[in-house]
Design a protein around this ligand. Structure first.
Ligand code: GLA
Length: 393
C-alpha cells in the first residue's frame, strides 16, 4: 500500500504541530538534566514471538505522568495530583507486559478497527457481506480476536509546543480480522502542560471499510484504585441513550433519559441508581450503554470538540472532563471486573472498581444506515479526537 505522504495527524484537531520523531529521543537521552516536560523510553518486555516492546514515559511541566506501551497502545499508568498535590495513578492496569498478553479486558488500550459491538459479526458494504469473529456471545466486539489492542505499533516520541507526544502508527492489512482495506493508522497521545491528556486518531484506507476507534482506559480517580467507583459523581452531556438487547446490541432507537436511572444530565454518583430495577441495567449488569451526545443543544456539529462528560471524585477532589469530536460515548461501569484481575501493585480489581467512558460512533453502525456513518472510503481521511482535562476542586 502506498504510504500517505502527508502527516495524517495534521488533519485532526492537532493542538501541536507534526514534528519529526527522531529529534526528541536524541535530545532527552543526551541531556543530563531532565527538561521541564519530558519523554523517555525503556524496555517493557518481549512478546511470546520475540518482539520487543517499549514503555514511554511522558511527563508534563506540572509533573503529570503517562506511561504508554506500543503493545496495543496501552496506557499503563496515568498519574495526576489530588487536591493536596499527591500524585497517584488513576487508571487500572498491570505491572508487566506478560499480564497484558495473558488476559487483558482492554485495560488502557486502543480499540479498533471497530470499537464496541457489531451484531452477529457481519455487515454488508457496497454489496459485499463481510464476516467477523463472534467474540462476544453471537456478536463481534472491539475489533475481534486480535484487535488493535493486541497489535504492536511503531512509536515515535516528539515534543511539541506545550507538551509531549507519542505517535503510534501501523498498517492494518486488508482483511485483518475480516475487515476490508489496508488501513493506515496513526494515533497521537499527548500530555500537555495545561494538564490535558489527548488522543488524536487518523486513518486512510485503500478500500471502503468501517472504522470506529476508541480508547479503553478504566479510570478510578480515588488514586491507586482504593475502592469501587460508585462514589464518583458523573455528568454526561446527553439527553438520550441507546437501549440494547440482552447481547448489548442497540435496539435501534434512542430513549430519552429523563426519569430513567440513565439520567446523568445533572451530576450524580455512579452508584446512586445503578441497582435500580430496570431491564436495561440487568442486561448490562450495570451501565454498559452508548449515550448520544447533545451537540445540537450547543449548536456544535459532529466532528467538532464538545464537552461530553465530567467526573468528580469527592474524596481526592480529582476532576476529569472529557471532550470529543465523536457523536457518542459508551459509559461502562466496570461490571465484568469480578476479582479475577490482579492489577498494579497486587491490587485485585473487584466489581466496578473502574469505569470507562469510550468516545465513539454508535455500536453496530455498519448495520444501521440511519446512524452517523462509520464508512471510510478511499481518498478520505478518518479523524477523531478526545481530550481528558484534569483538575481538582
Ligand atoms: C466495553 C463493552 C463491555 C465490555 C468491556 C470490556 O466497554 O461495552 O461490555 O466488553 O468493553 O470488558
Amino acid at each position: 500500500m502506498k504510504m500517505l505522504t502527508t502527516c495524517l495527524a495534521a488533519t485532526v484537531l492537532v493542538l501541536s504541530a507534526c514534528h519529526s520523531a527522531g529529534d526528541l529521543s536524541t535530545k532527552t537521552q543526551n541531556q543530563s538534566q531532565p527538561m521541564e516536560e519530558n519523554i523517555t523510553k525503556s524496555p517493557f518486555g518481549t512478546l511470546p514471538d520475540g518482539t520487543s516492546v517499549d514503555l514511554y514515559t511522558l511527563t508534563n511541566k506540572n509533573g503529570l505522568e503517562a506511561k504508554i506501551t506500543n503493545y496495543g497502545g496501552i496506557v499503563v499508568s496515568l498519574k495526576t495530583p489530588d487536591r493536596n498535590g499527591k500524585f497517584e495513578d488513576i487508571v487500572l492496569g498491570y505491572d508487566s507486559l506478560a499480564q497484558y498478553v495473558a488476559d487483558n479486558p482492554y485495560f488502557g488500550a486502543i480499540v479498533g478497527r471497530y470499537g464496541n459491538r457489531i451484531a452477529k459479526g457481519r455487515f454488508t458494504l457496497e454489496g459485499k457481506t463481510y464476516t467477523l469473529a463472534k467474540n462476544n456471545g453471537e456478536n463481534h466486539l472491539h475489533g475481534g480476536l486480535k484487535g488493535f489492542d493486541k497489535a504492536v505499533w511503531e512509536a515515535s516520541p516528539f515534543k511539541a509546543n506545550g507538551g509531549v507526544s507519542l505517535t503510534l502508527s501501523r498498517i492494518s492489512p486488508d482483511m485483518e480480522e475480516g475487515y476490508p482495506g489496508n488501513l493506515e493508522l496513526r494515533v497521537i497521545y499527548s500530555l500537555t502542560n495545561d494538564d490535558k491528556f489527548q488522543i488524536e486518531y487518523s486513518a486512510a484506507s485503500d478500500k471502503s471499510t468501517h472504522i470506529n476507534l476508541t480508547h479503553h482506559s478504566y479510570f478510578n480517580l480515588t488514586g491507586n484504585a482504593k475502592r469501587d467507583i460508585l462514589g464518583h459523581v458523573l455528568n454526561i452531556n446527553s439527553r438520550a441513550y441507546m437501549p440494547v438487547d440482552s447481547g448489548l446490541i442497540p435496539l435501534g432507537f434512542y430513549k430519552m433519559l429523563a426519569g430513567t436511572p440513565f439520567d446523568f444530565q445533572q451530576p450524580k454518583p455512579i452508584g446512586q441508581d445503578i441497582n435500580a430495577a430496570d431491564e436495561q441495567l440487568k442486561f448490562g449488569q450495570g451501565y454498559d450503554h452508548c449515550w448520544v451526545l447533545t451537540r445540537e443543544a450547543a449548536a456544535i456539529p459532529d466532528g467538532k470538540m464538545f464537552l461530553a462528560a465530567t467526573v468528580y471524585e469527592p474524596e481526592s477532589g480529582r476532576v476529569m472532563e472529557i471532550s470529543t469530536t465523536e457523536p457518542g460515548i459508551q459509559f461502562y461501569s466496570g461490571n465484568f471486573l469480578d476479582g479475577k484481575y490482579k492489577g498494579k501493585g497486587g491490587v485485585v480489581y473487584q466489581d466496578r472498581w473502574g469505569f470507562c467512558l469510550e468516545t465513539q460512533h454508535m455500536p453496530d453502525s455498519p448495520n444501521h444506515p440511519e446512524y452517523p456513518p462509520t464508512v471510510l472510503s478511499p481518498g478520505f481521511i478518518y479523524s477523531s479526537a478526545t481530550v481528558h482535562k484534569f483538575s481538582v476542586k
